[in-house]
Design a protein around this ligand. Structure first.
Ligand code: GLU
Length: 481
């Protein structure tokens, strides 16, 4: 492949929040551009004035930035190319490849109704096709003079050859009566002007591609290569949509998914490299190729994404994960005004991620696992309290509280706690599990948490003492336990 001329684009319409399907298209374009050392361009298809909104456009940039899909060159706004679209439409009329159609909307509607009633595919009947109407102020739209005979072929890099008889294709409207371009016409002119070499998009665009190829031919533009990506389905095998749960990329970010995991997972939706599931970004860029894109639809599996996210969390260094966790906490503002103060203590953030990294599957879970740090006046679930706050365990808690009291305001190393635990176990004849669960419940209000000596380290000696005492007091008050 001539790698100096690989130019691809992601062309979203800012008419809704970008979802996983959009970003699969963006990602494949990006990976191939980086793989072939080409350019990855962005075109905002904002010609639908009614439905396009600045917040959607912003969400597109934000999602791309978050996923690390940095684009080359300034984004192109399709709506700003109007003059160019009109110029090319006029050229097609002048060269006899298109014509001005003066049929009023009522006529077109009536025609369509008649054809539908007769069970025919609605098509323009060519009334104005050979009239050569000039531009004399009479309202008109511009239609393509689609060849009446022959065939149009797409040579798709994934699907192979697709051939459609020209009889099946309408005299497409290129410019509407108000002078605005139709979707297919604008896409072709813009792709040509942006010197796009490979058009990579979902295979729901295959029908458009046939029309676009006819437009390319009429305009005399060289054809780009076409790569139509297989559909993404939900677990019920219907097209992925909101019904299947979260599909917005930023929704996943906000739930504490890592961009690297998202990129990895989305890359696998329609592409594979042997049995490998875990890929770093660099590996994807190195390995990604058009040849390994699948023909068949991919199924979006949130459970697998969650699993993969856990794998990416474990693959990070403590420093990297601390940064990602801090970013997540800043975004979520769970701690309100306390957030910034909390984030300033980098050592503490690292301590938190170091002891949760092995088990957490999302950044949010890391926070959930250390929630006890931010709670005062813990409550204890009744069933667990009955089970673990037994008299012998309470004796243990008292002994540990006394130990903490003797070391107030001191940072004790884990070994010091391990020793005192051992002494208490020997003295009370307790099992480690029974003592550890009682301590865990006393310190966190739950019976699942990071390792016991880690949570003691995170709380610090004074808070450990206070919590042990509060638990003992609670257990004494609720006699019968
Ligand atoms: N704007 C179109 C879409 O969002 C993409 C058009 C294209 O990739 O050619 O589906």
């Amino acid at each position: 492949m001539n790698t100096t001329s690989f130019r691809v684009r992601f062309a979203p319409s800012p008419t809704g929040y970008p979802h996983v399907g959009n970003f699969r298209t963006a990602l494949y374009n990006f990976l191939l551009a980086r793989h072939y050392r080409g350019q990855f361009l962005l075109r905002i298809e904002d010609t639908d004035k009614e439905r396009s909104r600045p917040e959607y456009e912003e969400a597109i940039y934000e999602s791309l930035r978050w996923m690390g899909l940095d684009w080359d060159e300034e984004p192109v706004h399709q709506s700003r190319n109007l003059a160019r679209h009109q110029e090319e439409a006029r050229r097609l009329v002048d060269t006899g490849h298109a014509y001005r159609c003066r049929c009023p909307a009522e006529r077109i509607d009536a025609l369509r109704e008649r054809q539908m009633a007769a069970g025919l595919k609605p098509m323009y009947d060519g009334m104005c096709r050979d009239k050569n109407y000039p531009d004399d102020g009479t309202p008109f739209c511009v239609r393509l003079k689609t060849p009446r005979t022959g065939f149009t072929r797409i040579s798709d890099r994934i699907r192979g050859e697709i051939t459609v008889s020209n009889e099946e294709v309408d005299d497409l409207v290129l410019l509407r009566t108000d002078g605005t371009p139709t979707f297919n016409f604008a896409v072709v002119v813009d792709d040509h002007d942006m010197r796009i070499t490979h058009v990579i998009r979902g295979d729901d665009h295959l029908n458009n591609t046939i029309k676009q190829v006819l437009i390319y031919e009429a305009l005399g533009y060289p054809l780009p290569q076409f790569v139509h990506l297989p559909q993404i389905l939900g677990n019920d095998k219907t097209r992925l949509s909101k019904r299947h749960g979260a599909t917005g990329v930023l929704e996943y970010r906000d739930q504490g998914y890592l961009a690297d995991a998202m990129v990895n997972y989305i890359a696998r939706l329609g592409w594979g490299h042997g049995d490998q599931e875990f890929f770093t970004r660099e590996e994807l860029i190195r390995l990604f190729s058009i040849e390994e894109i699948n023909k068949s639809a991919a199924v979006f599996d949130p459970q697998k994404l969650l699993w993969l996210n856990g794998e990416h969390i474990r693959a990070k260094s403590v420093e990297e994960l601390a940064d990602l966790f801090a970013e997540h906490m800043r975004r979520k503002q769970y701690l309100g005004e306390q957030t910034e103060a909390f984030l300033r203590d980098r050592g503490r953030i690292q301590q938190i991620v170091a002891c949760t990294q092995v088990r957490a599957k999302t950044l949010d879970e890391i926070y959930q696992m250390v929630l006890f740090l931010f709670q005062e006046d813990l409550t204890y679930p009744e069933k667990e309290a009955q089970k673990f706050f037994r008299p012998d365990a309470l004796q243990g808690l008292r002994a540990l509280a006394a130990f903490a009291a003797a070391h107030r305001d001191q940072d004790l190393p884990p070994e010091a706690w391990e020793q005192v635990f051992q002494r208490v176990l020997n003295k009370q004849g307790l099992k480690m599990k029974a003592l550890a669960q009682a301590v865990r419940l006393a310190l966190t209000g739950t019976v699942v948490s990071p390792p016991i000596f880690d949570i003691i380290g995170l709380l610090g000696t004074n808070r450990v003492e206070a919590r042990l005492r509060a638990a003992v007091e609670y257990a004494e008050k609720h006699a019968g336990i």
